[in-house]
Each structure stands twice: as C-alpha cells, then as structure tokens.
Design a protein around this ligand. Structure first.
Ligand SMILES: Nc1nc2c(c(=O)[nH]1)N=C([C@H](O)[C@H](O)COP(=O)(O)OP(=O)(O)OP(=O)(O)O)CN2
Ligand SMILES: [Zn+2]
Length: 149
C-alpha cells in the first residue's frame, strides 16, 4: 500500500547559470509530496490500525526534518558566491546553502536524502519512503524515486 502527504512552503531561489529568467532572484510556493509504502497496520485497538502511517505523523516528520527549515528561506547554491555574500550581509536572514543548484530536480533529490532515514517502520510494517515530488509551479514538478535516488 502507498500513501502520500502533501505540504506547502514558500522559498526564494535562483539558478545562477540559467540562460533565461530563472537566473534572477525570485520565489515559489513549493509543494512537496511524500509517498510512503508499507503494510497496513492491523493491530486491534491501535491508533494507527488500518493505516500505513498516520498522516499527521508524516507531516510532523517532514516539518521537523525539512519543511520548517526551507519555509521562508532563500535556497542558495554554495557556489553562487555573489548571492551568498549578499545573504550573509543581512542580519539573521534565513538562508539554506545547498550543495547543488536549487532546481526542482535537485531539491527533490536533497529532500529524499534528508527524509529517507526519518521514516522508520515502528510497527514492523516495512515502512519506506518511495518518492519525493517537488512542484516548483503548478505546471512544473520533479520526482525523486527510491529506484533512481
Ligand atoms: N528542468 C527544470 N527546468 C527549469 C527549472 C527547474 O528547476 N528544472 N526551473 C526553472 C525556474 O526556476 C522557473 O522559476 C520556472 O520557470 P518557468 O517554466 O518559466 O515557470 P513559469 O513561472 O513560467 O511557469 P508557468 O507554469 O509556465 O507559468 C526553469 N526551468
Ligand atoms: Zn524558480
């Protein structure tokens, strides 16, 4: 069985080497979708009976591991020195420095890596992160799948 939880966050970014408008500083209302697989928990009387994982727990872990850090942050490539210098000049600015340019593909990859170890099969139901999907706009998204991560 697979379940998916969707969360939204706002962040700024730019793709410094982009030949068109994405090299300018701008932001998105990102959507992250987290898909988990596992067996349905059958234990009679358990709060999670009939579930792969409680959606509220999926959300809690996603916020704790990733979403709260990226929300209202500027996501900057570590080699984007000019923007990094500017962001560092702003007192207490929420900046997240990434090892890759902040494309949707790379954000999905980084999110998968951060979240993979956070979802444990506490009830012996083989819980596994299967896919992280990042929507950069309603029309543009990238998938990082377990098979290709
Ligand atoms: N493969 C990718 N292509 C592009 C990415 C990306 O992450 N992966 N990112 C961008 C830009 O960040 C840009 O913000 C999105 O560009 P664009 O397609 O122009 O988006 P629109 O706002 O125009 O979206 P519409 O749905 O067309 O209004 C560019 N390319
Ligand atoms: Zn963009």
């Amino acid at each position: 069985m697979q379940i998916t939880r969707r969360l939204e966050f706002d962040a700024g970014h730019r793709i410094p080497s982009h030949s068109s408008q994405c090299r300018h500083l701008h932001g998105h209302r990102y959507i992250i979708e987290i898909t988990l697989s596992g067996e349905i928990i059958a234990t009679e009387g358990l709060s999670e009976q009939g579930m792969v994982m409680d959606y509220s727990e999926v959300k809690r872990i996603a916020k704790e591991q990733l979403v709260d850090a990226w929300d209202h942050a500027f996501l900057v490539y570590c080699k984007d020195q000019v923007v990094l210098n500017f962001l560092n000049s702003l007192p207490d600015h929420k900046t997240v420095v990434l090892e890759m340019p902040p494309t949707a593909e790379n954000l999905a990859t980084l999110a998968f890596r951060k979240l993979d170890s956070a979802y444990h099969h506490n009830y012996g139901n083989n819980l596994k992160l299967e896919r992280v999907r990042i929507y950069e706009t309603p029309n543009n998204w990238a998938d990082c799948m377990r098979s290709t991560s």
